[in-house]
Design a protein around this ligand. Structure first.
Ligand SMILES: [Zn+2]
Length: 127
């Protein structure tokens, strides 16, 4: 019998999987990038242990942590797939602190995809 997995561990595991899926979708899941995700999950583990009610917020927070870390090392991520013209720009996570995080483009004013579903957002969405 496996030990029961706590909701907290489930939330951390899900956050890790969602952000990795988005990194893979955008083809930046190199080994050192994966370690950025691991670093963020480790920090958020501490955070959510102090505040278990925040478990639902972890995916959005990890996505933002990784986005910030990538900005330092690689540049903007993830680039907006919706706007065809103008300067390339990154998507933002909304809500910054809340459940059910999404990638949004503030220039077009649209939700592009749920965090973890960037791979299915190939641009040109008309909704
Ligand atoms: Zn855009």
């Amino acid at each position: 019998m496996d030990d029961p997995v706590s909701p907290l561990e489930q939330a951390l595991h899900a956050a890790r999987a969602l952000v990795l899926a988005d990194l893979i979708a955008r083809e930046v899941a190199e080994a050192d990038v994966v370690s950025l995700v691991e670093d963020s999950v480790a920090q958020r583990r501490w955070w959510v242990e102090q505040w278990p009610e925040g478990a639902a917020y972890v995916a959005g927070l990890v996505a933002q942590d990784v986005q910030d870390a990538l900005l330092d090392r690689y540049g903007r991520w993830p680039l907006c797939p919706v706007c065809g013209a103008g300067d390339p720009h990154a998507l933002d996570v909304e809500p910054e602190l809340g459940p059910d995080p999404h990638w949004v483009c503030h220039q077009a004013g649209v939700k592009v995809a749920a965090v973890g579903s960037l791979g299915s957002a190939s641009g040109g969405m008309t909704s």
